[in-house]
Design a protein around this ligand. Structure first.
Ligand code: SAM
Length: 283
Protein backbone atom coordinates (compact mmCIF):
# COMPACT_ATOMS: atom_id res chain seq x y z
CA UNK A 1 0.00 0.00 0.00
CA UNK A 2 2.98 2.31 0.47
CA UNK A 3 4.21 2.25 -3.13
CA UNK A 4 3.38 5.49 -4.85
CA UNK A 5 2.51 5.10 -8.47
CA UNK A 6 2.05 8.39 -10.30
CA UNK A 7 -0.54 7.26 -12.80
CA UNK A 8 -2.65 10.41 -13.20
CA UNK A 9 -2.98 10.14 -16.98
CA UNK A 10 -3.78 6.43 -16.80
CA UNK A 11 -6.57 6.95 -14.23
CA UNK A 12 -8.01 9.90 -16.18
CA UNK A 13 -8.25 7.77 -19.33
CA UNK A 14 -9.41 4.61 -17.50
CA UNK A 15 -12.53 6.45 -16.26
CA UNK A 16 -12.89 8.70 -19.33
CA UNK A 17 -12.77 11.65 -16.93
CA UNK A 18 -13.53 15.07 -18.50
CA UNK A 19 -11.92 18.07 -16.80
CA UNK A 20 -14.12 20.95 -15.64
CA UNK A 21 -12.22 24.18 -16.11
CA UNK A 22 -14.49 26.20 -13.83
CA UNK A 23 -13.57 23.88 -10.93
CA UNK A 24 -9.87 24.66 -11.33
CA UNK A 25 -9.03 21.09 -12.27
CA UNK A 26 -5.31 20.85 -12.99
CA UNK A 27 -4.07 17.48 -11.78
CA UNK A 28 -0.48 16.83 -10.76
CA UNK A 29 1.63 14.45 -12.82
CA UNK A 30 5.06 15.19 -11.31
CA UNK A 31 6.29 12.92 -8.53
CA UNK A 32 8.95 15.35 -7.29
CA UNK A 33 6.27 18.01 -6.73
CA UNK A 34 4.06 15.57 -4.79
CA UNK A 35 6.96 14.61 -2.55
CA UNK A 36 7.98 18.24 -2.00
CA UNK A 37 4.41 19.19 -1.01
CA UNK A 38 4.11 16.33 1.50
CA UNK A 39 7.65 16.77 2.88
CA UNK A 40 7.18 20.56 2.92
CA UNK A 41 4.03 20.07 4.99
CA UNK A 42 6.08 17.78 7.32
CA UNK A 43 3.21 15.28 7.46
CA UNK A 44 3.79 12.42 9.92
CA UNK A 45 1.92 9.52 11.51
CA UNK A 46 0.48 11.72 14.26
CA UNK A 47 -1.26 14.04 11.82
CA UNK A 48 -4.83 14.19 10.68
CA UNK A 49 -4.65 15.78 7.24
CA UNK A 50 -7.47 17.67 5.60
CA UNK A 51 -6.97 17.70 1.84
CA UNK A 52 -9.01 20.18 -0.19
CA UNK A 53 -9.78 19.01 -3.72
CA UNK A 54 -8.25 15.51 -4.01
CA UNK A 55 -9.04 15.23 -7.74
CA UNK A 56 -8.37 11.60 -8.68
CA UNK A 57 -6.30 11.09 -5.52
CA UNK A 58 -2.73 11.57 -6.74
CA UNK A 59 -1.56 13.74 -3.82
CA UNK A 60 -3.97 11.92 -1.49
CA UNK A 61 -2.09 8.62 -1.94
CA UNK A 62 1.19 10.17 -0.82
CA UNK A 63 -0.55 11.83 2.13
CA UNK A 64 -2.18 8.52 3.09
CA UNK A 65 1.21 6.81 3.17
CA UNK A 66 2.49 9.32 5.78
CA UNK A 67 -0.48 10.51 7.86
CA UNK A 68 -2.61 8.87 10.55
CA UNK A 69 -5.75 9.91 8.68
CA UNK A 70 -6.71 11.89 5.58
CA UNK A 71 -10.09 13.62 5.26
CA UNK A 72 -10.47 14.77 1.67
CA UNK A 73 -13.09 17.34 0.66
CA UNK A 74 -14.12 17.15 -3.02
CA UNK A 75 -16.92 19.08 -4.72
CA UNK A 76 -17.09 17.38 -8.14
CA UNK A 77 -19.61 14.49 -8.08
CA UNK A 78 -17.86 12.88 -11.08
CA UNK A 79 -14.76 12.36 -8.95
CA UNK A 80 -16.47 10.67 -6.00
CA UNK A 81 -16.81 7.14 -7.50
CA UNK A 82 -13.29 7.36 -8.92
CA UNK A 83 -11.81 8.26 -5.53
CA UNK A 84 -13.88 5.58 -3.78
CA UNK A 85 -12.57 2.97 -6.19
CA UNK A 86 -8.95 4.11 -6.41
CA UNK A 87 -8.50 4.60 -2.65
CA UNK A 88 -10.61 1.69 -1.38
CA UNK A 89 -7.62 -0.12 0.14
CA UNK A 90 -6.79 2.73 2.50
CA UNK A 91 -8.49 2.37 5.86
CA UNK A 92 -7.23 5.80 6.95
CA UNK A 93 -9.07 7.62 4.13
CA UNK A 94 -12.36 9.48 4.49
CA UNK A 95 -14.03 11.22 1.57
CA UNK A 96 -16.32 14.20 2.10
CA UNK A 97 -18.42 15.22 -0.89
CA UNK A 98 -18.85 18.95 -0.13
CA UNK A 99 -17.83 22.46 -1.00
CA UNK A 100 -14.62 23.37 0.85
CA UNK A 101 -15.88 26.94 1.17
CA UNK A 102 -19.00 25.84 3.04
CA UNK A 103 -17.97 22.86 5.13
CA UNK A 104 -17.86 23.01 8.95
CA UNK A 105 -14.15 22.56 9.67
CA UNK A 106 -14.72 22.37 13.44
CA UNK A 107 -16.75 19.23 12.94
CA UNK A 108 -14.02 17.75 10.74
CA UNK A 109 -11.25 18.63 13.19
CA UNK A 110 -13.08 17.41 16.32
CA UNK A 111 -10.61 16.63 19.13
CA UNK A 112 -7.63 16.00 16.84
CA UNK A 113 -4.46 17.52 18.28
CA UNK A 114 -2.33 17.72 15.15
CA UNK A 115 -4.23 18.81 12.07
CA UNK A 116 -2.49 19.89 8.87
CA UNK A 117 -4.32 21.18 5.83
CA UNK A 118 -2.74 20.35 2.48
CA UNK A 119 -3.97 21.17 -1.01
CA UNK A 120 -3.23 21.74 -4.63
CA UNK A 121 -5.91 24.41 -4.50
CA UNK A 122 -8.36 25.09 -7.30
CA UNK A 123 -7.19 28.57 -8.32
CA UNK A 124 -10.62 30.19 -8.21
CA UNK A 125 -10.99 29.68 -4.43
CA UNK A 126 -7.41 30.53 -3.40
CA UNK A 127 -7.95 33.80 -1.54
CA UNK A 128 -11.43 33.09 -0.06
CA UNK A 129 -10.43 29.69 1.30
CA UNK A 130 -7.16 30.92 2.83
CA UNK A 131 -8.88 33.88 4.53
CA UNK A 132 -11.74 31.66 5.69
CA UNK A 133 -9.37 29.10 7.23
CA UNK A 134 -7.21 31.72 8.94
CA UNK A 135 -9.95 33.95 10.31
CA UNK A 136 -12.27 31.09 11.34
CA UNK A 137 -10.35 30.31 14.55
CA UNK A 138 -9.96 26.64 13.57
CA UNK A 139 -7.55 24.44 15.45
CA UNK A 140 -4.98 23.38 12.86
CA UNK A 141 -1.19 23.63 12.79
CA UNK A 142 -0.38 24.51 9.22
CA UNK A 143 -1.75 25.12 5.77
CA UNK A 144 0.42 23.93 2.88
CA UNK A 145 -0.90 24.89 -0.52
CA UNK A 146 0.06 25.07 -4.14
CA UNK A 147 -1.32 28.28 -5.61
CA UNK A 148 -0.66 30.76 -8.44
CA UNK A 149 2.83 32.25 -8.12
CA UNK A 150 1.50 35.84 -8.04
CA UNK A 151 -0.84 35.16 -5.11
CA UNK A 152 1.88 33.25 -3.22
CA UNK A 153 4.23 36.20 -3.69
CA UNK A 154 1.58 38.55 -2.29
CA UNK A 155 1.15 36.29 0.74
CA UNK A 156 4.89 35.99 1.46
CA UNK A 157 5.87 39.58 0.67
CA UNK A 158 7.36 42.04 3.18
CA UNK A 159 7.04 45.83 3.31
CA UNK A 160 8.63 47.90 0.52
CA UNK A 161 8.04 45.12 -2.02
CA UNK A 162 5.70 45.44 -4.98
CA UNK A 163 3.59 42.42 -3.99
CA UNK A 164 3.09 43.62 -0.38
CA UNK A 165 -0.52 44.41 0.51
CA UNK A 166 -3.58 43.62 2.60
CA UNK A 167 -3.31 39.87 1.85
CA UNK A 168 0.34 39.74 3.04
CA UNK A 169 -0.66 41.39 6.32
CA UNK A 170 -3.75 39.23 6.83
CA UNK A 171 -1.74 36.02 6.45
CA UNK A 172 1.32 37.24 8.33
CA UNK A 173 -0.83 38.36 11.27
CA UNK A 174 -1.85 34.72 11.80
CA UNK A 175 1.11 32.78 10.38
CA UNK A 176 4.78 32.47 9.55
CA UNK A 177 5.07 31.88 5.82
CA UNK A 178 7.62 29.65 4.09
CA UNK A 179 8.04 29.29 0.34
CA UNK A 180 8.76 25.64 -0.49
CA UNK A 181 9.20 25.56 -4.26
CA UNK A 182 8.19 26.78 -7.68
CA UNK A 183 6.15 24.49 -9.95
CA UNK A 184 5.99 24.94 -13.75
CA UNK A 185 2.81 24.41 -15.83
CA UNK A 186 4.34 21.19 -17.28
CA UNK A 187 3.78 19.43 -13.92
CA UNK A 188 -0.01 19.28 -14.50
CA UNK A 189 -2.67 18.01 -16.86
CA UNK A 190 -4.19 20.08 -18.30
CA UNK A 191 -1.40 22.66 -18.04
CA UNK A 192 -2.38 25.95 -16.36
CA UNK A 193 -1.30 29.22 -17.97
CA UNK A 194 0.72 30.38 -14.97
CA UNK A 195 3.56 29.21 -12.72
CA UNK A 196 2.66 28.00 -9.26
CA UNK A 197 4.38 28.09 -5.87
CA UNK A 198 4.04 25.73 -2.93
CA UNK A 199 3.95 27.61 0.38
CA UNK A 200 3.45 26.58 3.99
CA UNK A 201 1.68 28.83 6.47
CA UNK A 202 2.43 27.86 10.10
CA UNK A 203 -0.27 29.10 12.47
CA UNK A 204 1.18 31.16 15.31
CA UNK A 205 0.04 30.46 18.88
CA UNK A 206 -0.33 34.21 19.34
CA UNK A 207 -0.48 36.66 16.46
CA UNK A 208 2.64 38.78 15.79
CA UNK A 209 0.89 41.93 17.03
CA UNK A 210 -2.00 42.50 19.44
CA UNK A 211 -3.83 45.62 18.28
CA UNK A 212 -6.48 46.97 20.67
CA UNK A 213 -9.10 46.58 17.93
CA UNK A 214 -8.54 43.93 15.26
CA UNK A 215 -11.40 45.40 13.17
CA UNK A 216 -9.80 48.86 13.15
CA UNK A 217 -6.33 47.38 12.46
CA UNK A 218 -7.57 45.54 9.37
CA UNK A 219 -9.73 48.48 8.27
CA UNK A 220 -6.69 50.77 8.34
CA UNK A 221 -4.73 48.17 6.37
CA UNK A 222 -7.48 47.85 3.73
CA UNK A 223 -7.83 51.61 3.34
CA UNK A 224 -4.05 52.07 3.14
CA UNK A 225 -3.84 49.75 0.14
CA UNK A 226 -7.03 50.81 -1.65
CA UNK A 227 -5.07 53.30 -3.73
CA UNK A 228 -1.47 52.21 -3.48
CA UNK A 229 0.03 55.48 -4.71
CA UNK A 230 -1.77 57.59 -2.11
CA UNK A 231 -0.07 58.78 1.07
CA UNK A 232 -1.36 57.39 4.36
CA UNK A 233 -2.79 60.83 5.14
CA UNK A 234 -4.99 60.71 2.04
CA UNK A 235 -5.79 57.00 2.26
CA UNK A 236 -7.08 57.29 5.81
CA UNK A 237 -9.44 60.21 5.21
CA UNK A 238 -12.28 57.69 5.13
CA UNK A 239 -11.85 57.24 8.89
CA UNK A 240 -13.36 60.74 9.22
CA UNK A 241 -10.96 61.99 11.89
CA UNK A 242 -10.34 65.72 12.14
CA UNK A 243 -7.01 66.98 10.78
CA UNK A 244 -5.85 67.70 14.33
CA UNK A 245 -6.68 64.18 15.47
CA UNK A 246 -4.99 62.66 12.42
CA UNK A 247 -1.87 64.78 13.03
CA UNK A 248 -1.80 63.70 16.67
CA UNK A 249 -2.25 59.99 15.83
CA UNK A 250 0.63 60.03 13.33
CA UNK A 251 2.79 62.02 15.75
CA UNK A 252 2.20 59.67 18.69
CA UNK A 253 2.76 56.65 16.42
CA UNK A 254 6.01 58.20 15.14
CA UNK A 255 4.93 57.61 11.53
CA UNK A 256 5.27 60.23 8.80
CA UNK A 257 1.82 60.72 7.18
CA UNK A 258 3.34 61.25 3.73
CA UNK A 259 4.54 57.64 3.69
CA UNK A 260 2.56 55.09 1.68
CA UNK A 261 0.93 51.99 3.15
CA UNK A 262 3.35 49.72 1.30
CA UNK A 263 6.27 51.03 3.44
CA UNK A 264 4.72 50.13 6.83
CA UNK A 265 5.60 46.92 8.65
CA UNK A 266 2.89 44.95 10.47
CA UNK A 267 4.25 46.40 13.74
CA UNK A 268 3.89 49.98 12.46
CA UNK A 269 0.31 49.29 11.31
CA UNK A 270 -0.49 47.97 14.79
CA UNK A 271 1.05 51.06 16.45
CA UNK A 272 -0.84 53.43 14.14
CA UNK A 273 -4.11 51.53 14.66
CA UNK A 274 -3.70 51.76 18.45
CA UNK A 275 -3.00 55.51 18.35
CA UNK A 276 -6.08 56.07 16.19
CA UNK A 277 -8.11 53.79 18.48
CA UNK A 278 -7.07 55.83 21.53
CA UNK A 279 -8.03 59.09 19.84
CA UNK A 280 -11.38 57.70 18.69
CA UNK A 281 -11.98 56.49 22.27
CA UNK A 282 -11.33 59.96 23.65
CA UNK A 283 -13.78 61.64 21.30
N1 SAM B 1 -5.33 17.24 -5.64
C1 SAM B 1 -5.42 16.93 -7.06
C2 SAM B 1 -4.04 16.98 -7.68
O1 SAM B 1 -3.17 17.62 -7.08
O2 SAM B 1 -3.84 16.43 -8.75
C3 SAM B 1 -6.38 17.87 -7.78
C4 SAM B 1 -6.12 19.35 -7.60
S1 SAM B 1 -7.11 20.36 -8.65
C5 SAM B 1 -6.04 21.77 -8.79
C6 SAM B 1 -8.36 21.04 -7.61
C7 SAM B 1 -9.43 20.07 -7.10
O3 SAM B 1 -10.34 20.79 -6.27
C8 SAM B 1 -10.28 19.42 -8.17
O4 SAM B 1 -10.42 18.07 -7.89
C9 SAM B 1 -11.64 20.14 -8.06
O5 SAM B 1 -12.73 19.36 -8.49
C10 SAM B 1 -11.69 20.42 -6.58
N2 SAM B 1 -12.55 21.54 -6.19
C11 SAM B 1 -12.86 22.65 -6.90
N3 SAM B 1 -13.63 23.47 -6.18
C12 SAM B 1 -13.81 22.90 -4.97
C13 SAM B 1 -14.52 23.27 -3.79
N4 SAM B 1 -15.18 24.43 -3.72
N5 SAM B 1 -14.52 22.42 -2.74
C14 SAM B 1 -13.83 21.24 -2.81
N6 SAM B 1 -13.14 20.83 -3.89
C15 SAM B 1 -13.13 21.65 -4.97
Amino acid sequence: MNTINIDTKQIVSKYGFKFTKSLGQNFLTDESVLMDIVNGAAVNEEDMVIEIGPGIGTLTKVLLSKAKMVNAVELDSKLIPILEQELKEYSNFKLIHEDALKIDYNQLIGDEKSVKIVANLPYYITTPIISHLLTGGYNFKSLTVMIQKEVAERIASKENCKAYGALSLLVQYYCDVEVIRKVPPTSFIPQPKVDSLVIRMDKLDTPKVQPKSIELFFRIIRESFNMRRKTLWNSLKGLKLSSDNMTEAFQVAGIDPVRRGETLSIFEFATLADCIYDILGEK
